[in-house]
Write a protein that binds this ligand. Sequence first.
Ligand code: HPA
Length: 273
Amino acid sequence: MKSKSHLEDIVTAIRKQTAVEPKTAVILGSGLGHFTKQVTNSVVIPYADIPHYPHPTVEGHSGQFVIGTIGQEPVILASGRFHYYEGYDIETITLPQRLFHKLGIKNLIITNAAGSVRKDFQPGDLMAIKGHLDFTFRESSNLPAVVKGEPFHSEQLLKLARTAASRENINLKVGIYTWTLGPAFETPAEIEMIRELGGDAVGMSTVPEIRTAGKLGINALGISCLTNYAAGITTATLTHQEVMETASRVSETFSRLIRGIIITIGKGDHYDH
Ligand code: HPA
């Protein structure tokens, strides 16, 4: 996906399928695709039906957009994302953000499955992302520093997430998400270093998406489903299956949280678009 006209073709293909003009977008991470059931009057557009659009290759990522409404808010959900470790370049990974920008999206909720780097954030907990670390060493071999707050992490959306969580009786953690290249899980030594640098969770996505959204002026909020303790936090061996199982166990709570955030955005009483 190199040219501007490709992006226009993609927008045209989506607009042809629905008159809904979504204002809020959600990217659903590993095993969280069931959230699409929350959408009313939904139109499903498989990525495969969209010209120039890439296809995800990872289990748990189905590869479709679902457009419709949640409460009063017009939404677009992306079920299935692209990871750097699948061999895509950064431009392809961040295509959804550029597409959302063209579609007029104001708010973006980015979800993911992540490992917990601290004992008191347990598997099954949900964590709102208030800042990030880039631990990929793609741009520099220096140790990364935490990047917090605006323009990458919307303070207004974070506040809404806290409100929605307390209304729904969900114990929402708030912390720093660390991007690692993957696809292998990290080593215990890497996790120790990530902890020292201020990371609370670790995963293989989200940071390029957050950066692009911030640069385009989209309000972004990341929510991690902590699916496992990161390597070395306990002696257990990590598997993608554990990630999928925990994501599925937490899916109902996760849905309530994301739905609660979107409903509050839709009411617009605590929020200006
Ligand atoms: N590390 C990296 N990515 C992950 C993990 C992890 O422990 N769990 C889920 N995604």
